[in-house]
Design a binder for this molecule. Structure first.
Ligand SMILES: Cc1ncc(COP(=O)(O)O)c(C=O)c1O
Length: 459
């Protein structure tokens, strides 16, 4: 048997990539202020910065694009997507948005007043920022096991329901405009959430009358993990599992750039007609008319087709198998990662690989920079650069528990030999890990600083 299910597709169109010389990589990094977001993509050999919008579309999606209806209002493309949304998610109302954060912005603008709190297992960076931008407080209540990188547990993305209940009682329902959960948990290793946990979270929110929204951008991988790992789901299809999950919620937002396999797009879906009306008003102000929401008609068709392809079992088996394969190669070489491997990415544990670098000198940044310099591989720091902040009440620096570098695998883009190359680069880098230096920030904006900060290596 092969070590993981082979790609259930063959390649019809190719995009050349090239590995520039080591001195050119160093020049590129200096010019970028050592921020990997500031590199030119053509100076990157294997780009694992994100799985968002970086996937390859299928022939069926490209064909659907040609059928896009670009009417301003009431386009056929919208009604095709509406039909798919009804079948996949079951939500009565939805608006397309240009990506996930636009949906977060609209929901936050309508529901959050300054001082209010929004609990989740873990909010992702754009969700956190959108909540903070409205004066709200993002609250992460993931189970403690999520912070133990070597713990072997099937659903490390689960929310701690007892803490959620305590939090609601302590904070007061009037201060919680909505609650959420992220599937899979991107900020915590891409770990899945079980159906039992989603159900318990939904029941807790609903007991207090709090609307429950799912950040569902990776819902299909989560559904497949449930099929593989949760008793009672082995004979259900990913679609059936996804529908069961959505049925527990009052709404969902999605960055379609993940599991709808498109390069741009998103949506905000809900059951409440009253909320939908407010959402439409806000959408018209910021994104566009409710039947296109900041996208072209053809984008809606690509999304509609992609939502189905993302639920295909052969594709999901290959997808999770590919991530597990890279994780296994790294573990065999003694490279610390968050275990077990999640769905869309491998998370290198920079804290354990570089124990000589404390939080304030950004071990994840150091590892991400070294990985590019060593082999032209681009990952992203998910540690103190992304999630560190100064507590407004105490003025003290707050650091996340884990210092990670995420290697996100774009969908249907890289082959097993590309992943072998990434593993080989990391294995050679591990030999020099003790010599890697920390970094200091020379510029940072107040919100989402990781996108545009500039750094300097420490002596
Ligand atoms: C869990 C999660 N939520 C929300 C977003 C935001 O989506 P977008 O980048 O489309 O705005 C992302 C993007 O990576 C994400 O991973």
């Amino acid at each position: 048997m092969p070590s993981h299910p082979p790609e259930p597709f063959r390649i019809k169109m190719v995009e050349p990539i090239r590995l520039i010389a080591p001195n050119q990589r160093l020049d590129a990094m200096r010019q970028a202020g050592y921020n990997l977001f500031s590199l030119r993509a053509e100076d990157v050999f294997i780009d694992l910065l994100t799985d968002s919008g970086t996937g390859a579309m299928s022939q069926a999606q490209w064909a659907a694009i040609m059928e896009g209806d670009e009417s301003y209002a009431g386009a056929r493309s919208f009604f095709r997507l509406k039909e798919t949304m009804a079948q996949v998610t079951g939500f009565e109302f939805f608006v397309p948005t240009h990506q996930g954060r636009a949906a977060e912005n609209i929901l936050s603008a309508i529901l959050i007043k300054p001082g209010m709190s929004v609990p989740s297992n873990m909010h992702f960076d754009t969700t956190e920022a959108n909540i903070r931008a409205r004066g709200g407080r993002p609250i992460n209540l993931v189970n403690e096991g999520a912070f133990d990188p070597t713990l072997q547990a099937p659903f490390k993305g689960n929310m701690d329901v007892a803490r959620l209940r305590e939090f609601i009682l302590h904070t007061g329902v009037q201060n919680i405009p909505f609650g959420s959960i992220t599937v899979t948990n991107n900020a915590g290793g891409g770990q899945p959430v079980s159906m039992a946990n989603i159900r318990a979270v939904a029941e807790t929110y609903h007991e207090f009358g709090i609307p429950f929204f799912i950040d569902c951008c990776r819902f299909a991988e989560n559904a497949y993990f449930i099929k593989l790992r949760e008793p009672g789901y082995a004979n259900k299809t990913p679609l059936e599992i996804a529908r069961e999950m959505f049925a527990l919620a009052d709404g969902a937002w999605m960055s379609a750039k993940k599991h709808a396999l498109v390069n741009i797009g998103g949506f905000l879906a809900m059951r409440s007609a009253d909320l939908y009306q407010k959402v439409c008003n806000e959408l018209i102000l910021r994104e566009g008319f409710p039947t296109y929401g900041g996208l072209a008609g053809r984008d809606l068709d690509a999304m509609s087709t992609g939502l189905w392809e993302g639920l295909d079992e052969a594709y999901l088996a290959y997808r999770l198998g590919q991530t597990a394969y890279l994780g296994e190669r790294l573990l065999q070489a003694g490279i610390p990662i968050i275990e077990p491997p999640g769905g869309h990415a491998i998370y290198l544990d920079a804290g354990r690989l570089l124990p000589h670098l404390p939080h304030p000198v950004f071990p994840g940044q150091s590892l991400a920079a070294a990985l590019y310099l060593e082999g032209g591989v681009r990952g992203v720091e998910i540690g103190s650069v992304m999630f560190g902040y100064t507590d407004p009440d105490t003025g003290e620096a707050v650091y996340p528990k884990l210092e990670l570098v995420r290697l996100a695998i774009p969908r249907r883009v890289y082959t097993q030999s590309h992943l072998d190359y990434v593993a080989d680069v990391l294995i050679s880098l591990k030999e020099r890990a003790a010599a890697l230096r920390g970094f200091r920030i020379t510029y940072a904006p107040p919100l989402l600083r990781h996108f545009t900060a500039r750094f300097e290596p420490l002596e």
